[in-house]
Design a protein around this ligand. Structure first.
Ligand SMILES: [Zn+2]
Length: 356
């Protein structure tokens, strides 16, 4: 059991599930709870990767050609199944324990437990609901008003145009009404600034498309009722690539700080492309500096628990404006700096000479 994982252990005295349940002989609590765990367990470091693997390789009694983890035996009385995992190893799994090395080491839900839970009705929406509850409770990410967005919305604002003295109506992106007033002032509107009622139809949110629904059926994915096209796209692209990287919380914080609206389900990969397209070159370079600093410390942008970009990163960005190598950076390098490249060398030597 790794020490930093202890805080995710059960907080309640909820009884362990009994073996006498409705589906397949199991007692499945449904919704975000399963096994003896508090829902916060799903937000523990490394859990998303395990959930992602389980989602990409579901337990299936209909398994073909070793494509999916095979169910060998269902022992309803014991509330356990025997599954055949990688390299043909056989594990016994229930919602509160598993015989695989991962569970033995961590004592937290492994991919087999997630796969079993999913087999019994646990959905990606349940997982994300738990994840969001924890993330929002910690104040890391604002609770979205709708869908799994990072809480950035479009607001219509009205203020005085200082040049004409007339009232002007503009649209801004902001994290709440107070922020919308600030954003309005930033684009030159003078007081009194007024925020008009939020119109969801103006949020650029679109329903899940028929094409996405067809893919979802193929992947056996269930969407949350309030998913929009962007959320569905983010989830499907992860399934498509079997992308089970952790959710990039620090990166999301940075993005939110820039008032960019994304789906909370976006993978680091999707985010890196979006950032390249939407951020100013100055912001991209600052983020690159943060990435190099984390990389040198044996970590990465994806694993940063808080916004990793600070004043030193921007100092690097300002010092590098116009550098030839800057135009050759790619979204991939933003996440994974290429050791020895001109950009990497420039960032590294700058960070070294400006280390706290
Ligand atoms: Zn396991």
């Amino acid at each position: 059991m790794l020490d930093f994982l202890r805080k995710f252990l059960p907080k309640t005295d909820r009884p362990a599930p009994s073996a006498a349940g409705a589906r397949g002989g199991f007692n499945y609590s449904g919704g975000p709870l399963f096994g003896p765990w508090d829902p916060s367990v799903h937000a523990a470091p490394g859990q998303y990767a395990r959930f992602g693997r389980a989602a990409a390789r579901p337990l299936s009694v209909f398994s073909k050609g070793g494509e999916r983890t095979k169910v060998l035996d269902c022992d309803a009385k014991a509330g356990a199944v025997k599954v055949q995992g990688r390299l043909d190893r056989v594990y016994t799994v229930s919602l509160d324990r598993c015989t695989c090395p991962d569970f033995q080491e961590r004592g937290l839900p492994c991919k087999h437990i997630y796969a079993l839970a999913a087999f019994l009705g646990y959905t990606p929406a349940d997982y994300w609901a738990s994840w969001l509850d924890v993330a929002c409770a910690d104040g890391v990410i604002p609770r979205p008003a709708s869908g799994y967005s990072n809480g950035v919305f479009r607001y219509d604002v009205r203020g005085v145009n200082p040049e004409t003295g007339r009232k002007n109506k503009r649209t801004v992106s902001a994290c709440g009404e107070e922020d919308a007033v600030a954003a309005a002032r930033e684009i030159g509107l003078a007081d009194p600034v007024e925020v008009l009622p939020l119109d969801m139809a103006a949020q650029n949110m679109h329903p899940v498309s028929e094409r996405q629904k067809a893919f979802a059926a193929e992947y056996q994915v269930t969407f949350a009722p309030d998913f929009d096209e962007k959320d569905a796209g983010a989830v499907l692209s992860r399934y498509d690539r079997e992308d089970a990287t952790g959710i990039p919380v620090g990166l999301l914080q940075f993005v939110t700080g820039k008032r960019l609206r994304v789906s909370l389900l976006s993978s680091a990969w999707d985010l890196s492309f979006l950032l390249f397209e939407k951020l100013s070159p100055r912001d991209v370079l600052a983020l690159y500096a943060a990435s190099v600093r984390l990389f040198d410390a044996g970590s990465s942008l994806v694993d940063a628990p808080t916004d990793p970009v600070d004043a030193v990163c921007y100092a690097f960005s300002d010092a590098s404006a116009g550098a030839e190598w800057a135009s050759e950076l790619s979204p991939r390098e933003l996440l994974q700096p290429v050791k020895g490249s001109p950009a990497y060398r420039a960032a590294r030597s700058f960070l070294r000479s400006h280390a706290g």
